[in-house]
Design a protein around this ligand. Structure first.
Ligand SMILES: [Zn+2]
Length: 365
């Protein structure tokens, strides 16, 4: 059965409504929690980048150590009026709101383990990092400045079962295209116009929609254009993404797409503006890397087999790896994330908390 204290922390945390950019009440809760345990914490200035109402909360334990445990404080959707349901094997909401288990599940597991480790006097030097805006811009993990001694870390933020962890992810390019033609009356002088919708339609026949490889996908998810049926459309806006397992592959894919689109534009006398950036870049952690080895040890000490997995999604772990801090994203068992049917199995929740405790209290060597 679920430990009463773990349940209490989870209920308190999920009863706070704090979407991305409005994490302050969660930060306040964490601050009170760690101060009650006799630990110090501070907030950084991640709010400058996130434009939200708080920065990250950082808890350096005994000098900060060489690894961190992290979870994010925001939810992508409001959990206002959440009504918990404690079923025989799981916690859910009543189906009218999300449960907020992504990532309050991970957050609760860490705080619960921290409290136990302080009570048992087994806590080792480490850092706890609670980030803002993971669900939107990752402004929290992008801003976080690891102390010089920081070597590796763990984020508690995957829907997978505890023991599974993301050792490898794709990266994601976000792109925006504007196809420009020329407006004209569609009935009186269509030949004077250049139809941006027609150009876009032809260009999109060259777009590699869908799954292209092991870690490669491409999608145009938003398209807008046109002002009236009697006007030759002069502007179409497209917003999409390309995911890939390596930066080289991703760059090659986006350049090919832009080239193909430009050729169609030129054929009809249209123009094109393009803009793209890496929303997150790929990472790959090997079995000799520190977080891999530390996690293996923690999982086996609670009777679980650490299982590396590939993921097509990004998390704070991606931006932390960019800083040279090898980080893996751990399964918490927060299932159906972001839907009104979010849930967590008691068994997974307990295991996530046990793993957090092991990481906080056992040395790697
Ligand atoms: Zn999350």
């Amino acid at each position: 059965m679920l430990d009463d204290r773990l349940k209490q922390i989870f209920v308190e945390l999920t009863s706070i409504d704090a979407v991305s950019g409005s994490e302050a009440p969660v930060a306040d809760y964490i601050e009170r929690f760690v101060k009650n345990l006799g630990l110090n914490c501070y907030r950084d200035d991640a709010d400058k980048l996130s434009k939200g109402n708080t920065g990250n909360v950082i808890v350096p334990v005994m000098g900060g150590g060489e690894f961190f445990l992290a979870a994010h404080m925001d939810t992508p959707r409001s959990t206002k009026n959440l009504k918990h349901r404690f079923l025989s094997d799981r916690i859910t909401s009543d189906g009218t709101t999300p449960l907020g288990v992504d990532d309050r599940g991970g957050l609760s597991a860490i705080l619960f383990a921290l409290e136990k480790a302080v009570e048992n006097k087994t806590l080792l030097p480490c850092t706890l990092l609670f980030t803002v805006c993971e669900e939107t811009s990752m402004a929290g993990s992008v801003t976080y400045m690891p102390a010089p001694g920081m070597k590796y870390g763990f984020t508690f933020d995957s829907f997978m079962s505890p023991a599974c962890f993301v050792s490898e992810t794709c990266g994601l390019i976000d792109f925006e295209f504007v196809i420009r033609g020329k407006a004209s009356h569609a009935g009186i002088s269509p030949e004077k116009g250049i139809n941006a919708i027609m150009i876009s339609a032809e260009a999109m026949t060259h777009f590699p929609f869908g799954r292209l490889g092991d870690k490669e996908t491409a999608n145009i998810g938003i398209i807008k254009g046109g002002v009236g049926t009697n006007v030759v459309c002069d502007e179409v806006f497209m917003h999409g993404e390309v995911r890939s397992g390596t930066i080289e592959k991703g760059e090659a894919m986006i350049h090919k797409i832009i080239e193909d689109f430009k050729q169609v534009c030129e054929k009809y006398g249209g123009r094109m503006e393009t803009k793209y950036f890496w929303d997150f870049v790929p990472y790959k952690i090997h079995d000799e890397d520190l977080p891999f080895r530390h996690f293996l040890k923690a999982a086996s000490s609670v009777g679980l087999v650490a299982t590396p997995m590939k993921s097509m999604g990004g998390s704070d772990a991606n931006s932390l790896n960019v800083k040279g801090i090898k980080t893996i994203n751990l399964g918490v068992g927060a299932q159906n994330p972001h839907g009104n049917d979010e849930f967590i199995l008691y068994e997974d929740f307990i295991n996530a908390a046990k793993i957090a405790y092991q990481l906080l209290t056992t040395h790697l060597e």
